[in-house]
Design a protein around this ligand. Sequence first.
Ligand SMILES: NC(=O)c1ccc[n+]([C@@H]2O[C@H](COP(=O)([O-])OP(=O)(O)OC[C@H]3O[C@@H](n4cnc5c(N)ncnc54)[C@H](O)[C@@H]3O)[C@@H](O)[C@H]2O)c1
Length: 329
Amino acid sequence: MKLRVLSKQDVQQAVPMREAIEIVKGAFAQFSAGKAVVPLRTQLPVKRHEGVTLFMPAYLSESDDLGVKIVSVFPRNLDKSLPTIFALVVVVEAATGRPVAVMDGTYLTALRTGAASGAATDLLARQDARVAAIFGAGAQGRTQLLAVCEVRDIETAWVYDVNPQAAERYAQEMAGKGRVPADLRVASSPAEAAREADVICTATTSRTPVFADADLKPDVHINAVGSFTPEMQEIPEQTVGRARIVVGSREGCLSETGDLIIPIRKGLITEHDIYAELGEIAAGIKPGRDNADEITLFKSVGNAVQDVSVARAVLTQAETLGLGIEVEL
Ligand SMILES: NC(=O)c1ccc[n+]([C@@H]2O[C@H](COP(=O)([O-])OP(=O)(O)OC[C@H]3O[C@@H](n4cnc5c(N)ncnc54)[C@H](O)[C@@H]3O)[C@@H](O)[C@H]2O)c1
């Protein structure tokens, strides 16, 4: 049995962001149409080492994509000068059940998370959006900006991080990259980043809202990807209360993100205020932005259909280009 092994560089070379955005749109469309089998992710606590390993399998029946992502989050790795997150994806051939590839999942996660926000921005932001603001200058914040710039002609971008050095590094690295404008500015406050923004992405580890509702333009589109536990919140409750809310997965968001769970618990919104899943809009079942003056909010906690669909595309391209190495098991 032959298995292709693909590094982070191979994954980066195989699938550009623009292509990942279209793949993720298709994956969410299948998901929302009931054409995907996606058990809620299994979280395995490794208490002895204060870590957790997550197993995220998915099968998309229309595109016939099958696989699993394994992600570990081990905060104590910092003491050992190791990354806190490790991830890999196994691609399985659906017709036979044969594992055909393993690949680095760390960049793939950032790619598919950015791609989901790119897809949401494409479907929900104003067509004439010109200013983007990124909160959180980390791994996800980088691919958020790349993705937004693929779908709108962004002329000015702002980045805000509670760690100013991280924001400076981000600006130096990202200005002019892909379709990111050269005009990439470090904001000295959340308000400075938010107040001119047509598109905002929040990709932080914050537990409390990262900007004030009063700082928003009345027609901003927001992609919120950071909060993935019931206690974590990035978006002010007032904003959630007045926005048109779109989610990756209703079930996933209602069980995992404080951005929705906290305002629901306080009675500010109900789950019926979730307008749509992204896949319903991608499939044309529900319209996207219909009122230029509304706030739209895309909330995602991540879904294995994103990983498995993008990983399949990486493998297909790797076979064409001869990327990676083949191992006989
Ligand atoms: N939705 C998804 O599919 C998905 C996928 C991957 C990661 N995530 C989540 O996204 C978040 C970011 O991930 P990452 O890999 O980029 O992490 P990271 O540690 O690389 O970067 C996070 C950055 O956020 C900054 N930050 C923290 N609080 C802030 C605040 N209040 N305002 C501005 N900046 C702030 C930190 O200083 C840091 O630079 C994490 O919570 C992660 O679990 C979500």
